[in-house]
Write a protein that binds this ligand. Sequence first.
Ligand SMILES: NC(=O)c1ccc[n+]([C@@H]2O[C@H](COP(=O)([O-])OP(=O)(O)OC[C@H]3O[C@@H](n4cnc5c(N)ncnc54)[C@H](O)[C@@H]3O)[C@@H](O)[C@H]2O)c1
Length: 281
Amino acid sequence: MRRVGVVGLGTMGAGIAQVCVQAGIETVGREVSDELCESARGRIAHYLGRAVEKGRLTAEERDAALGRLTTTTELGDLAGCDLVIEAIVEELAAKQELFRLLEGVVSDGAVLATNTSALSVTEVASATEHPERVVGMHFFNPAPVLPLVEVVRTELSSLDAVDTAFELAERLGKEPIRCNDTPGFVVNRILIPLLNDCVRVLDEAGVSPQDLDKAMTRGVNWPIGPCALIDLIGVDVHVHASEALHAALGEERMAPPERLVLMRDEGKLGRKTGEGFFSYD
Ligand SMILES: NC(=O)c1ccc[n+]([C@@H]2O[C@H](COP(=O)([O-])OP(=O)(O)OC[C@H]3O[C@@H](n4cnc5c(N)ncnc54)[C@H](O)[C@@H]3O)[C@@H](O)[C@H]2O)c1
């Protein structure tokens, strides 16, 4: 694996690109404008700088990592990539269009991976002429911190493509697992209905978000309470994923609770807006 491409340098893409350059891999990041390229580079430099301050990285290592990052607005600049990870907006049509274009850019042996949380990897792959090269690589937020990567195989994914993605994840210092292309894959299939149940319990049991989190951290030893976790994920992201899972599986527990939909509509999205179940500075 000499060169990796990352398309979409938002929350996830920038984090994934950071992990790649830190692992010593030449990385080409693609955004839709020069401003977004610069903004992503700035965020990556910021986090690498923080790692230097905390003594986890030397200044030389930071500079070397940043030197491995190229950003571009041209999809054609991904031509030399052995594997491309897509982390653009969570819309099937946009991802399909991108994969169609990417296939015309990269070499025959290159693997194309989507970081989708809730879409079908099979449907993304269906836009390509060679769906055997398409897999899911589902990183968790924040990508530089959380070790899990779900490497998702469709029925058409080749063993080689799956193994290449798995080996890349390991080289990035992650702890990947392999799984089928089923709605929510592993973690979200379990976590989303569980968090929705937690939110419903707020009203059913007449408990405050503080006490619900206390119940689950002190009674079950969860490392973080469900309300704090939804604030971290982002209420909008969680509601969107719930809707997608509900549409795919039709189970009522998957549907977003009314309370979360209201919070989303009021812009109380959690940490990123400074207010969700809790307030943040
Ligand atoms: N945020 C999370 O917690 C999380 C976790 C795991 C996976 N994901 C998935 O990762 C993907 C990206 O999510 P995010 O939270 O980083 O989103 P984001 O909005 O922070 O970033 C998306 C980026 O993609 C770019 N983009 C949008 N449309 C594009 C297009 N058509 N072509 C090229 N670039 C385009 C945007 O400029 C933006 O910078 C989504 O599929 C999401 O479901 C998100």
